[in-house]
Structures are given as C-alpha cells and as structure tokens.
Design a protein around this ligand. Sequence first.
Ligand code: CU
Ligand code: ZN
Length: 168
Amino acid sequence: VSAVLLMGTSLLAVNNDHDHKEHKLTRAVAVVQPTQKFKTAGVIHLEQKDGKVSITGKVKGLTPGKHGFHIHQYGDLSADDGSSAGGHYAPKGHEHGGPHKAQHHAGDLGNIVADENGVAMIDKQSDDFELTDVIGRAFVVHAGTDDLTSQPSGDAGARAGLAVIGIS
Ligand code: CU
Ligand code: ZN
C-alpha cells in the first residue's frame, strides 16, 4: 500500500510541474491516406480560435465534383475500406444533415469540391465541437456526394480517404 501511495504522490508532482508549461491545445493536423482502390491524399489543418474550429487544407486524387466530408467516430484506419473509423461523430445524437441544418451530427461538414484536376481546397469552420473533442478521431473523404438528407450518413458512398486528427 505504501508503495502505491508513493507512486501516486510522485505522479501528482510531475503533473503539477507540467501544468506551468503546457499550452492550451489549439492546433491539430490530419494527413489523408487512401483506402484500397483510391488515390486520395492530402493534409488538413485544424485551429481552435474564437470559439470555432477552422478546418483548412488540400486533398487531391479525387474525381471532379462534390465529396462527402465528415469527422467519424474513431481514428482507426486499420480496415482496408475505412470502415473501422465507425459512423459520424455524433456525441449528441441527432439525424444526419448538412452543417447548416438545425439538426445534424457534430461531425457533419457537408462536402468538399474537387476541381477538374481532382484537387479540393478545404476552408470550413465549425462550432459544433471543440478541437480537444476530435483529437484521435478521423476525417473521412467519400467517393460520392453527401446529399445532406439521407440517413444515417448522406449516401456518400465508399470511404476514399481517411485522416487521423493529431496534435500539432
Ligand atoms: Cu463520412
Ligand atoms: Zn452525419
């Protein structure tokens, strides 16, 4: 028992020491990797600022047009088809929808749009979550378009690219 108590005490001491130096978590990065059969790649930056999270970046290797873009529940890219990332991040439940609808999943970010070269520039903002809520989860870029209506995930098709959100 005394050994456990001692360990507890020293851990507390270390934590207190770190508190003085640690900055508030404000920046994260996610590197997009393709699932099997796709060539999706890119980098996405996140920044917590003024009560919102800005999401900016560039994804390439897409077919021209709209592609569903969401934060999914898990940062688990182990399945070849991306299914291990789970469903849309939705801590409060709700139905699937577009980010501007009254009811939508917190992770519903609508679509990104790829140009004729298959490149999509991302510039979005969300106040549906804090940056700290999504660290360790994953962005999913879909092969198809999120219709912002169909349940449970907008009928956006296969998962073409995934990116775990990591502290930067
Ligand atoms: Cu998705
Ligand atoms: Zn959704």
